[in-house]
Write a protein that binds this ligand. Structure first.
Ligand code: ADP
Ligand code: MG
Length: 424
């Protein structure tokens, strides 16, 4: 198969025939395509994902479709998202080695990526957290991934010309940015067509949030930052469904939303997913108390942010080679304090903005189109609504008051207080 053929979606039946002569795939899993076993994974929202296993190993074949898989051809979405996912994965591997699946092959015309199969016991982090598993390394691994990719993709590190070229390349990821711009920042705050929420339990609270002027102004301020602050190459969709884990390993997958945006966006979205997991635990307690799990999750947010700050600070001191905050103005003049002051400012801005992005992310997962399994898997709708209402209240508080919140302990204390309230 070459990129010159017209695009054609793969199927379980056609995959071995169509990719049977692909050298990279044969080298990885074995040449005898008639012996390949092909399965569709099926839990992706946007794309086709196949697991292919041959005599000597397995691989993932991920192919974009000209529409949103979950919705069908009534919602067109360009194939080029595969191009952005491929280019994001190669940059992430360079900037944070070992943190993403290895790439074996990319075919732009067929919009397909052949990559490393993260075989069981790898599972999606969100699933592990719903099961109540406490994974020991995620805070460290994800904190390092975010610090390294966000710092090294910015003008703190890159050669200005290279970064500007890269910015131009990713600027074309218009349609996926548009999804975030609408689904995350706007739809939750008005009666948008694709919205849904647990009803009637949350109807009152939903009306209240849509009438909340301070919240709407803040959400639009954050959308403005998201759209206008092309600071670094973001993953763009870094939630617990985009991370695969074992007890010892952590890998980030699915960066098709990658584009140049504010550092705080990835960090805020990620932490929001830990806080949502925290608020959802009450709905998963049939098989035993989740007190230890709740404490673990708050600990993960604290540690992730601490690891992020420490690694970011280390890179600031040891590899700040871009055109921002040049050493010639600080260290080279013996002014280490000036450099540290600038670092504090940068980290402070990330902190303030990440709280906003986190609050908005919580809202859109409960009020918008794309809900997450943490809450959805709670079968009892009253219990689910209680968990969701607490999360909504928490999200509103951290988004609107983000400039007055000074530490992650403060945020976690608030989360614990709200979680313990008996009613909504
Ligand atoms: P989409 O972009 O359509 O959401 P994802 O990249 O999230 O697709 O993949 C969908 C699912 O396929 C994931 O939730 C995961 O279960 C599985 N998957 C994706 N990539 C890999 C991989 N490299 N190894 C193992 N499983 C994977
Ligand atoms: Mg995806």
């Amino acid at each position: 198969m070459t990129g010159k053929l017209p695009f054609e979606a793969l199927s379980v039946e056609t995959l071995a025939t169509r990719l049977g002569t692909n050298e990279a795939l044969c080298a990885k899993i074995g040449k005898d395509a008639s012996a390949w076993k092909v399965r569709e994974v099926g839990d992706g929202n946007l794309n086709l994902v196949f697991i292919v296993e041959g005599a000597s190993g397995g691989a993932i074949v991920k192919q974009a479709l000209p529409y949103v898989r979950l919705v069908g051809d009534s919602w067109p979405l360009p194939l080029k998202r595969s191009f952005f996912e491929y280019h994001a994965l190669t940059r992430q591997e360079r900037r944070a080695p070992g943190s993403v699946p290895a790439i074996y092959h990319f075919d732009e015309g067929q919009a397909l990526i052949i990559m490393e199969y993260l075989a069981p016991p790898h599972i999606i982090l969100r699933r592990a957290l719903i099961e109540g598993r406490q994974l020991p390394n995620i805070a460290r691994d994800i904190g390092l991934f975010m610090a390294r990719t966000l710092f090294r993709g910015s003008d703190l590190s890159m050669v200005a010309r290279e970064r500007k070229n890269d910015l131009a390349l990713f600027a074309d990821n218009v349609e996926l940015c548009d999804i975030t711009e609408n689904l995350v920042f706007s739809d939750p705050y008005f009666d948008a067509k694709l919205n849904r929420h647990t009803s009637p339990q949350l109807d009152g609270l939903v009306a209240e949030l849509r009438a909340d002027r301070d919240l709407k102004v803040e959400a639009q301020r954050l959308k403005h930052i998201f759209a206008a602050n092309a600071e670094t190459l973001l993953h763009g969709d870094l939630h617990s469904g985009s991370i695969m884990v074992t007890d010892t390993e952590t890998r980030m997958i699915d960066p098709e939303f990658a584009f140049y945006g504010p550092m705080a966006f990835d960090v805020g979205m990620l932490l929001a997913n830990f806080w949502m997991s925290f608020f959802s635990q009450r709905g998963h307690e049939q098989n035993g108390k989740r007190d230890a799990m709740r404490a673990y999750l708050l600990g993960v947010t604290t540690e992730t942010w601490a690891v992020f700050r420490a690694e970011f600070s280390l890179m600031w001191r040891t590899e700040r080679d871009g055109m921002l905050y040049q050493k010639s103005l600080f260290e080279d003049q013996g002014d280490r304090l000036g450099s540290e002051q600038a670092l504090d400012n940068v980290l402070h801005q990330i902190w303030e903005d990440l709280l906003g992005f986190a609050g908005i992310e919580v809202h859109r997962r409960i009020l918008g189109l794309a809900h997450n399994a943490d809450f959805e898997a709670i079968a009892n709708e009253d219990v689910r609504a209680t968990c969701e209402a607490k999360a909504l209240k928490f999200g509103r508080h951290i988004a609107v008051n983000r400039r007055q919140i000074h530490s992650i302990d403060e945020v976690n204390n608030l989360a614990a207080l709200i979680e313990q309230e008996s009613s909504i």
